[in-house]
Design a binder for this molecule. Structure first.
Ligand code: PMP
Length: 424
């Protein structure tokens, strides 16, 4: 046993629960994270003392809510190193953010013939159309694949795929050939939600920008686990979900460089995204509200700001080191158990380890592990192309967060042994 560097379980009330008479070892953090008491209390306190719809009232509660919502935007901005609050668009989550972007990049009429006044603000050059190419990778979550499939189908663009090596890493060797002058967008996950492989995002951004292509980074599995600085990544768009970083469900972020967002139409229209409206036309609000039609999930934005402050008090670098140590320990312990295959190996990992027990269905193993109080996820993890790459129907995924410790990993190893002895 090695010493864990962080000791945070007592901050998370749910981790004191027992499951089937055993203490909970929660290793399903890639699906969603648990919430610290400070976030739970923040949300409860918000509803007790501040709640009112934002941006639409002069009364005190509405002003207080609006201030907290915009403060949350500033907290997010600083957390990911964006230069400007206008670059932070609140969404319902990662999937919602990617769908919003896909619509704005390809599904909207721009310029000229529409009856509104604002379309001339947008650049039709920013739209993805016939013959253009979008490059995704073979390890994307369905949420970073399906919106691009749809956009290509609707607009006559072509979806290209950056293939994977046998070990699950991106095939980078001929990257300069794969990103061509026709490539308009590269959509890549920062960290695989299955193998935990960390992708060489900076390198991809450099190649893409050399060819004039934009880059969207799916940060759903990164932001809670490592320092993320969008300015140094230099990506054009970065998306993530609050619920995977200790905040409430129903809040997420689309970061976009201001110059890129400025040239995109709003994709969704309605209340809150305009400065004036007639029966025939509208004048749209500036960034970022132009992309936030309707009542946003402002209580969840407040929870996200609280979760970020929690992360900042601990320090993202410390979290990264703690999880690195645990990740290595987890892989070692699984190898020591034997009779299993771990999928994916790369110089850099974060969060998840994916594996299968020889001759045992992942679902069956997961059930036995649950009886031992160990929560892991089984199935395809919304990454069916990656399952096909590894030639499997599914797998077990154990995924870490900052509150996990070596005890959780020892419990995982014990549960795997139990599943092997009962099912093998
Ligand atoms: N991308 C990745 C890499 C993910 O892990 C997930 C969630 N599993 C998503 C996108 C989708 O996130 P959400 O369900 O919060 O929209």
């Amino acid at each position: 046993m090695m010493n864990a560097t962080l000791d945070l379980k007592s901050d998370f009330p749910i981790l004191a629960r027992e499951i089937h008479g055993r203490p909970l070892a929660y290793l399903d953090n890639a699906a969603t994270t648990q919430k610290p008491l400070c976030v739970i209390e923040r949300v409860s306190n918000f509803y007790r003392t501040r709640n009112s719809n934002i941006h639409r009232g002069v009364h005190s509660l509405s002003e207080e809510s609006s201030t907290l919502y915009e403060d949350a935007r500033e907290t997010v901005r600083a957390f990911i190193g964006a230069g400007d609050m206008r670059e932070i668009v609140f969404t319902a989550g990662t999937t919602d953010a990617i769908n919003l972007l896909a619509r704005a990049l390809g599904d909207c009429t721009t310029g000229g013939d529409a009856p509104f006044g604002d379309e001339t603000r947008y650049s039709s050059d920013a739209q993805i159309g016939e013959g253009d190419e979008i490059l995704v990778t073979g390890m994307e979550h369905h949420s970073n694949l399906l919106p691009w499939q749809d956009l290509c189908r609707r607009r006559g663009a072509v979806l290209r795929v950056l293939p994977l090596e046998r070990n699950g890493t991106l095939h980078m060797e001929d990257i300069s050939r794969r990103i061509t002058s026709r490539t308009r967008l590269v959509a890549v996950t920062h960290v695989s939600n299955v193998t935990g492989i960390v992708n060489p995002v900076e390198e991809l951004v450099r190649h893409a920008h050399d060819r004039g292509a934009l880059v969207l980074v799916d940060g759903a599995q990164a932001v809670a686990h490592m320092p993320v600085d969008v300015a140094s990544l230099d990506c054009d768009f970065y998306v993530f979900s609050g619920h995977k970083m200790f905040a409430e469900n129903g809040i997420g972020v689309l970061y976009g460089k201001a110059a890129r967002l400025e040239e995109l139409p709003p994709a969704r229209v309605g209340g809150g995204m305009v400065t004036s409206v007639t029966l025939e036309s509208r004048r749209e609000a500036d960034l970022p509200l132009r992309f936030e039609a309707g009542t946003p999930n402002y209580p969840a934005a407040v929870s996200l700001a609280e979760a970020i402050r929690y992360l900042q008090r601990i320090g993202m670098q410390r979290i990264r080191e703690h999880e690195n140590t645990l990740h290595e320990y987890m892989r070692e312990q699984l190898v020591k158990v034997g009779g299993l295959t771990v999928y994916g190996s790369a110089p850099e990992h974060s969060g998840s380890v994916a594996f299968n027990l020889d001759g045992i269905q992942p679902y069956d193993a997961g059930m036995i592990m649950d009886r031992m109080g160990v929560a892991v996820r089984t199935g395809t993890h919304c990454a069916e192309p990656l399952m096909r790459h590894f030639d499997i129907n599914g797998c077990i995924r154990a995924s870490l967060a900052l509150y996990n410790d070596t005890d959780d990993i020892d419990r995982l190893a014990e549960a795997v042994r139990k599943a092997q002895s009962m099912l093998g």
